[in-house]
Design a protein around this ligand. Sequence first.
Ligand code: CIZ
Ligand code: SF4
Length: 308
Amino acid sequence: MMEAKRLELVERIQNLKKEKRAIILAHNYQRPEVQDVADYVGDSIELSRRAMAEEEARIIVFSAVDFMAQTAAILNPNKKVLIPSLGARCPMAQMLPAENVKFWKRKHPNTPVVLYVNTLAEAKAECDICCTSANALKIVSSLNADTILFGPDHNLAWYVQQKTGKKIISIPERGFCPTHLLFLKEDILLLKEEYANATVAVHPECTPDVQSTADFIGSTSQICRFAKESPAEKLIIGTEVGILHRLKTENPSKDFIPVYNGAICPNMKRNTLELIYLALKEERYPINVPDNVADRARRSLDKMFEIT
Ligand code: CIZ
Ligand code: SF4
């Protein structure tokens, strides 16, 4: 985008924000110019909690994908939550509709159901407790059961099974993030040769093969914290490349090497500066979760908060 055009849009966005008592929250995977205009950048749960803390705000522009904006709306029933692009929909969340959760529950009665936050509200309403990739181990360990139904990410399920020793039944059998599937173990091994002493940090949505090469496995917020606290000067990063903007901004003296530059989540990138401007101007697109669904989904989220 032309610099003059960008500055003009940023100014209009700032004016509308004041006029409408709005705040902009952007996920770690958002475009750099979107992260720069946001009041906060973080993972979906951090941002939802941030929205809860902003008592004065009337409007929350949640620049992320569908399930994340829904979570923010569920946790902030008295605020208007807007998503800039209706096309920003996470394919992983669509892999486990509520009907399928019910099917698996019938198949394995009396087995607790833990759902990753990457699910739509109707699915969350069907589970016992939610988790994020940052707290999945803690949540699963806290349950008084040896077998757990867990979805929709098969790779995160594998990670949880390895670390907790519990039997994890992955629902659906092979749910995945198309973007994190782009990382290959071979690419990481080559980068490790090229950048001697580099530390490898990857997301648990990566395949077990890729996870096996990593020095650190964690959510986006955990990778950001690790990058700050680790003495490593060079870090090889295996998650969506949007995170590199935040990593470089927060750690200007360190080198961040993406495992693969093409690991772009097209859904996340649908939110642009123009659409954020239009979201504020026209108060579009409001996220509406029916009360009965929101109440049940909130219960699953609250149970997670009680444990973490
Ligand atoms: O909850 C989020 O923000 C997700 C799904 C990604 C992450 O690891 O932070
Ligand atoms: Fe969904 Fe993967 Fe995109 Fe995250 S990066 S929103 S899990 S498709």
